[in-house]
Design a protein around this ligand. Structure first.
Ligand SMILES: NC(=O)C1=CN([C@@H]2O[C@H](COP(=O)(O)OP(=O)(O)OC[C@H]3O[C@@H](n4cnc5c(N)ncnc54)[C@H](O)[C@@H]3O)[C@@H](O)[C@H]2O)[C@@H](O)CC1
Ligand SMILES: [K+]
Length: 461
């Protein structure tokens, strides 16, 4: 599990360590990890040129100490000081190793720029002198210290100028900005340097393959199709039969024992999936909404009346009322904006805030689709999916996702787990299906079984 903690949580845990360790030890640990990561990026140290951008706080101190370590190993290290006051001991260490203080007119072209402007003590945005310094060598790789300066560390928002890093070296734990877009997209690769902090339960997590392997349902030796769970699909309309086919394709990923389809595209659905039963009967979960027509409100009400968990997607979303705890809503940013009475841009700018607000308002699990899909539950927990690929942005992929989550709900997973595991599998399936290239939604649905089998064999190793 990749965990992200808030600034307040990190500060509290750091205080305990700071009191326990000799003065400066924690920062030295961070700086050593940073120097190693920079050396790895550069493929060596001796003769390389490093430019440090140094702000007023400890983030600048990390950069200065790492610069001193690199200078000791033969790098030519220059520092632009962006504040009259910088970390004094860090600066002394750099100067003792023959690092040089320069300004924007005297800096030499570096092999890497190190962003030590601000860390977790920073406010969003950058001052003009930082923007000017960052603009000097635009094509040079940037390593951000802890966080790309200027991003909203706890919110994942981007409000004003900010660093766009190729690599972010963070300390102790991830912060929300490393996982939550749009800030996460400014981090590049994120490298975590452990500080042995004693941290509380993280408010934000990103499932990894090993977590999904534990959560994914497996049939017991005496399983029957009914004990594995039946998922019902009410999707498609005379106009949109494809949505019925794709939603049932997701539902037929193999994670439930049986799929029922109730709707106007039964012939198309059975032609693609002969195992699907096209009649109404008892189910353990419903999926409703993709490609839905005029009667989608009635269908949603019927699904909810069954008292089983329900995935509501697409056309069903505008009809959802608060108060159904076993509901999973799967909007994209535009749909969530309509549901909350705001604009799409506002949702995209503050994805974490909006998905949390929606989960609290509707009292159920809400999954906000995006590059890094967010899943929130009404209790405030959030999971982020980082397994997706940009090729997954294709019409019909959302129908497949709704079907996969429905299958997981039917198999007995709780809504929050079903949504986050389904989203992870969907993203990983796109990687498998496309092999780094384009995917079709059908291909993604078919590849879910391959991903699950990879997880299962991994467990047996
Ligand atoms: N506390 C610790 O023990 C450790 C802290 N570490 C480093 O320390 C950092 C936090 O250090 P600080 O608390 O000193 O805070 P920062 O270095 O993040 O920022 C400090 C100061 O920057 C100024 N500032 C705020 N927003 C700004 C902006 N947008 N533009 C320009 N200046 C701005 C403010 O005056 C603020 O007090 C972490 O991110 C990490 O890099 C690491 O060395 C690990 C150990
Ligand atoms: K930084």
């Amino acid at each position: 599990m990749r965990a992200a903690h808030t600034v307040e949580q990190v500060r509290a845990a750091e205080e305990v360590e700071l009191a326990r360790l000799p003065e400066g030890a924690l920062m030295q640990r961070a700086a050593t990890g940073l120097a190693v990561a920079i050396a790895d990026l550069l493929g060596g140290v001796y003769g390389r040129r490093v430019l440090l951008l140094v702000g007023s706080g400890d983030n600048g101190g990390d950069a200065l100490y790492a610069g001193a370590q690199l200078a000791r190993r033969g790098a030519a290290v220059e520092a632009i000081l962006l504040s009259e006051q910088v970390h004094a001991a860090g600066l002394a260490a750099l100067l003792a190793r023959h690092g040089r203080v320069v300004d924007t007119t005297t800096a030499t072209r570096p092999d890497v720029v190190v962003d030590g402007i601000v860390g977790i003590g920073g406010r969003p945005g950058l001052r003009p002198n930082a923007v000017e310094a960052l603009g000097l060598f635009r094509d040079v790789p940037v390593v951000a210290v802890d966080v790309p300066s200027g991003v909203g560390v706890d919110t994942g928002e981007l409000d004003g100028p900010h660093v766009v890093a190729d690599l972010t070296v963070t300390f102790g734990t991830h912060k929300p900005c490393h996982l939550v877009d749009p800030a996460a997209s400014a981090c590049g690769v994120v490298d975590l340097v452990g500080l042995d902090l004693d941290l509380p339960e993280p408010p934000i997590q990103a499932l990894q393959a090993a977590d999904v392997a534990v959560l994914v349902p497996r049939p017991d030796p005496f399983a029957q199709k009914y004990t594995r769970g039946v998922v019902g699909v009410r999707a498609g309309s005379p106009e949109y039969t494809g949505a019925a086919v794709l939603t049932t394709s997701g539902a037929s990923c193999g994670l439930a024992g049986m799929v029922r389809y109730d709707g106007p595209a039964a012939d198309e659905v059975r032609a693609r999936h002969p195992g699907i039963v096209a009649s109404v009967g008892r189910v353990q979960a419903w999926v409703v909404g993709p490609g839905g027509g005029d009667d989608v409100d009635v269908l949603l009400a019927a699904c909810l009346a069954d008292g089983v968990p329900v995935v509501a997607d697409a056309a069903a979303l505008p009809h959802v009322e608060p108060g159904h705890s076993r509901l999973v809503l799967t909007p994209h940013a535009g749909e969530l904006a309509s549901m909350l009475g705001t604009e799409r841009d506002a949702v995209e700018a503050d994805q974490l805030g909006h998905v949390r607000r929606a989960a609290a308002h509707f009292g159920c699990t809400v999954l906000l689709k995006g590059r890094h899909t967010l899943i929130a539950d009404p209790g405030g927990r959030v999971r982020v999916t980082t397994s997706g690929v940009p090729w997954l942005a294709v019409a019909g992929a959302g129908d497949v996702l709704a079907g996969v989550i429905g299958a997981l709900l039917a198999s007995g997973l709780e809504p929050f787990d079903a949504a986050s595991v389904g989203s992870w599998l969907h993203g990983a399936a796109a990687t498998v299906a496309g092999g780094g290239g384009p995917v079709t939604p059908e291909g993604v649905a078919d590849a879910v079984a391959t991903v699950v089998s990879g997880l299962t064999s991994g467990l047996q190793d």
